[in-house]
Design a protein around this ligand. Structure first.
Ligand code: DLL
Length: 426
């Protein structure tokens, strides 16, 4: 278990971390050049060869990868290992057009789980803990990632997945779960439900929560900590870079340490692509140093963020990222589900209607609400309520998996069902 708190790496002097990154970057660029023709072509177009990359100081010479590249190369174009060596895929929630599909060798999964194990240890987890993983399982990375991390730490793992709130609470109480992993909005919802059931924090066995996959405020952290009687830790990641565990919070709760032995972080100006100095606000870009099957170099996350190497009281020297402060594209994250306005537009236009609509996002009692108001044209107009209902239902269903009327087992939200409300207005 102690293997997953690795002070010799996590607390190493910065020069040592940089030296490791240099060494791994050189190797990774060679791996990508030799095995990913799509990226090799991008390098050739920029006039860069592996010989030009002698360490992180040369990182800026490499071309960026974007979500558009991922779409263009879909599904196998960025695979870095023969298919027979890959053992898993994970995928994002809806994006415009094709979903992002990421590949893993067994080695990739091991390293990903190590990163999640570090996050659990940083939240005070040990092999004495009962860790309830209430992120969705399946294609979404939340469940599988934290599940693997929890096993590695040696926690008794309760893979409840998302939804079925009554059962979640029953297990928390009966199995005496001490660590809860889920989206912050679901944690808030669980907390409210337990409060309504008359449970006070001292009657809830939980001691820590590891919450991420969507933005959450310090105010929300306070609420969750108070209702559940826990310490709430942030965790960040994205499917393209394995999933959760790219970075994680420690006891200081002031930003997330990036696992720098596996990822190099840069902040760039989203308009010019220029690399910005530490402390500047801009778009977060990651280079995966150890991933074999999906080895993305300089991947633009579109998350707006700030990095800091300020000394941390926990002793870790890995650079910290602030909570993401927004996005440089128009992606919305509604109850943990990635939603692009263009998806909504595609549904409207696909059904032959003009794309005059408004999306209204709000957060009511810590839960995102998502309202689409569609302007009715004279052709659409009818005084037959049945017809209007049918159109509304069609749009709700067309907008994504189980939108509109999510099954109860889906808690309406955590990851997969933003339950859009569609309104028609003249
Ligand atoms: O959300 C992976 C994950 C699962 C992270 C469980 C943490 C916990 P995707 O579905 O690919 O992967 O969405 C990635 O979600 O680019 C951010 O915009 C957002 N995001 C992830 N973690 C956080 C966080 C998972 N802690 C996208 N705070 C990212 C704010 C987050 N936003």
């Amino acid at each position: 278990m102690e293997r997953y708190y690795q002070p010799e790496i996590e607390c190493a002097p910065v020069e040592q971390i940089k030296a490791l990154q240099d060494e791994r970057l050189i190797k990774q660029v060679r791996h990508v050049w030799d095995n990913v023709p799509y990226y090799r072509k991008k390098m050739e177009e920029k006039g860069v060869t592996p010989e030009d990359i002698l360490g992180t100081k040369d990182l800026h010479k490499l071309p960026f990868l974007t979500k558009d590249d991922l779409r263009m190369a879909y599904p196998y174009g960025l695979m870095g290992k023969p298919q027979k060596e890959c053992v898993r895929i994970q995928s994002t929630s809806g994006t415009t057009g094709k979903r992002v599909v990421a590949f893993y060798t067994q080695h990739d999964i091991d390293l990903w789980e190590d990163c999640c194990a570090r996050a659990i240890m940083a939240a005070g987890g040990t092999d004495e803990d009962v860790c309830q993983v209430s992120y969705g399982y399946g294609l979404f990375t939340g469940g599988p990632g934290l599940n693997g991390g929890s096993h590695k730490v040696g926690c008794l793992t309760v893979p409840t997945s998302s939804g079925n709130t009554e059962r979640q609470i029953m297990f928390i109480q009966d199995l005496k779960s001490t660590i809860l992993c889920c989206t912050p909005s679901y944690a808030a919802y669980l907390g409210e439900t337990m409060k309504e059931m008359g449970l006070t924090p001292d009657q809830i066995p939980l001691k820590a929560g590891i919450f991420g996959a969507e933005a959450w405020s310090e105010e929300m952290r306070r609420d969750i900590q108070n209702t559940l009687g826990i310490k709430a830790y942030d965790i960040y990641g994205l499917t393209e870079l394995s999933g959760p565990g790219v970075s994680f919070e420690c006891s200081e709760q002031s930003g997330m340490h990036i696992n720098e032995d596996h990822f190099i972080a840069e902040i760039i100006d989203p308009n010019t692509g220029e690399v910005l100095p530490e402390g500047a606000k801009g778009e977060l870009v990651f280079t995966a140093l150890t991933k074999e099957a999906f080895p993305l170099l300089r991947y633009r996350t579109r998350d707006i963020c700030v990095l800091s190497r300020k000394k941390c009281s926990c002793g870790r020297t890995f650079i910290k990222m602030a909570k993401p402060m927004g996005r440089s594209d128009d992606m919305l994250i509604i109850r943990g589900v990635n939603v692009f306005p263009s998806q909504i537009e595609a549904v409207l236009v696909g059904a032959g209607y003009p794309a005059n609509y408004q999306i209204i996002i709000d957060r009511v009692r810590n839960t995102d609400t998502f309202d689409v108001q569609v302007e009715m044209t004279p052709e659409m107009f009818t005084d037959n309520m049945g017809e209007i209902k049918t159109v509304r239902l069609h749009w709700k269903r067309a907008c994504g998996p189980c939108w509109g009327s999510p099954p109860k087992s889906c808690w309406l939200p955590p990851r997969r069902s933003p339950a859009a409300k569609v309104r028609l207005s003249a």
